[in-house]
Write a protein that binds this ligand. Structure first.
Ligand SMILES: Cc1cc2nc3c(=O)[nH]c(=O)nc-3n(C[C@H](O)[C@H](O)[C@H](O)COP(=O)(O)OP(=O)(O)OC[C@H]3O[C@@H](n4cnc5c(N)ncnc54)[C@H](O)[C@@H]3O)c2cc1C
Length: 385
């Protein structure tokens, strides 16, 4: 067992850290208020190779390992979870899914554009009536000759209104749940494809979230990702990658919560001394420190399993569940340490707290992760009554 990063991983960490702390962190508050961030940032990240970390070079990626990918998400997540979410969806949910399930033609067509930031991707699984229970989606796919006709609605889709290409999950046989599900790669300029931006989110405000409306959207059969009936497994395998990105980003939130709390505690005085000298404040800092490190190790362990090419569902679920809960606790403690100032958007903790909140909801709630782990431990399926 080796707990050291390789020379290459350290170089990536330093490069992403420098970029994130210069080009993202100073603007995160402003972007949060504006509920958007500049699209150009993605071109810049694409040029630096941050948008295609684990994608092979032949498809325009950087061809690096999964620990490097986690490092990129952690460093970007430290600076701004909205940008990290955009990146996670692009790289983990869209690119890796096309890499793992796409035809050679699909890989050559989409991956270079996505890795460079020329195109943005989104992942359309959730619907107004189906979130945790994803096999209950109602979007219909009907075969007509060499084409499929898609009708339905998706909601809560990150990158939803920005995307040039979307992975859309649909049902071919109503009532058959996962057995009839199918996935498609849909170009968003296809007639009948419409979006609407969702505003007013608690956190992650700068991240684009949208609804997608599919009104007789016609796609060729060559847009299918995997076989008919495999859609649910495409979604689950995508989530093994997506949840890994969320977990890594949460380590970044927790680390920033700790760093800004430490800085504040050393300079803020009460009762004639820096509050960092009080044992009860040190207890909060120590808890943040231990939990952040533990979350990071769970992420790296999941990355190690991914690097070996083994199935990572359980390790990823554990990392996502733990890291998302840790990020919430760390952000909450950071507010406590900042006292009244922690309650203001003049200081980072309140944004961290709002941004952390979604991580135990999206890409499988904490309850869903617990059920996955419970099923693994007991062998008993608790999802259906
Ligand atoms: C900001 C944001 C971005 C998102 N981005 C995307 C995206 O890019 N693509 C996409 O497809 N989706 C996206 N989502 C949707 C997200 O994945 C869902 O919100 C999530 O899976 C939960 O589904 P739901 O909201 O329908 O909640 P529900 O499934 O209705 O769950 C409500 C509550 O019931 C609990 N619950 C449900 N089933 C069980 C059970 N069997 N046992 C115990 N408790 C249970 C849940 O844990 C939760 O507490 C996003 C959501 C948000 C908020």
């Amino acid at each position: 067992m080796n707990f050291e990063l390789t020379e290459e991983q350290r170089m990536i960490r330093d490069a992403v850290r420098e970029f994130a702390r210069e080009k993202i962190l100073p603007y995160a508050r402003e972007w949060d208020i504006q509920e958007s961030f500049p699209r150009e940032l993605l071109y810049e990240m694409g040029e630096l190779g941050f948008l295609g970390v684990p994608i092979p070079q032949e498809y325009g990626g950087a061809g690096l390992d999964f620990i490097s990918e986690a490092i990129v998400f952690e460093e970007i997540g430290y600076a701004d979870s909205s940008v990290r979410t955009t990146l996670s969806v692009q790289m983990s949910l869209v690119e890796l899914t096309i890499l793992n399930w796409g035809t050679e033609e699909q890989k050559r067509k989409y991956l270079p554009k996505l890795c460079s930031g020329e195109w943005i991707g989104c992942f359309g699984l959730t619907e107004p009536g189906a979130g945790s229970d994803a096999s209950n989606i109602q979007t219909r796919a009907v075969r007509e000759g060499d084409e499929w006709v898609l009708n339905g609605q998706k909601t809560w889709i990150s990158n939803g209104t920005w995307a040039d290409v979307a992975i859309i999950f649909a049902q071919t046989q109503p009532g058959s749940r996962h057995k009839g599900m199918v996935a498609f790669v849909v170009e968003t300029n296809t007639p009948g494809y419409h979006t609407r931006k969702m505003k007013g989110k608690l956190g992650l405000r700068a991240s684009d979230t949208g609804e997608i409306f599919l009104d007789n959207v016609r796609v060729p059969d060559s847009a299918r990702l995997g076989e008919v009936g495999q859609g649910f497994f495409v979604a689950l395998s995508a989530l093994d990658n997506g949840r890994y990105g969320v977990a890594s980003g949460c380590v970044g939130i927790a680390q920033y919560a700790l760093d800004c709390s430490l800085e504040y505690a050393k300079q803020r005085e009460a009762f004639g001394r820096p509050i960092a000298g009080f044992q009860l404040v040190q207890e909060m800092l120590a808890n943040m420190y231990v939990e952040t490190e533990a979350a990071r190790l769970l992420v790296y362990r999941a990355g190690h399993i991914k690097n070996k090419g083994e199935r990572s569902t359980i390790a990823v679920s554990m990392a996502k569940y733990y890291a998302s809960e840790v990020a919430k606790r760390a952000a909450d403690l950071a507010i406590q340490i900042h006292g009244g100032y922690g309650y203001s958007n003049e200081y980072p903790p309140e944004r961290l707290w709002r941004d952390a909140r979604v991580a135990s909801i999206y890409e499988g709630t904490s309850q869903i992760q617990q059920l996955i782990l419970g099923r693994h431990l007991t062998g008993i399926e608790a999802f259906y009554g």
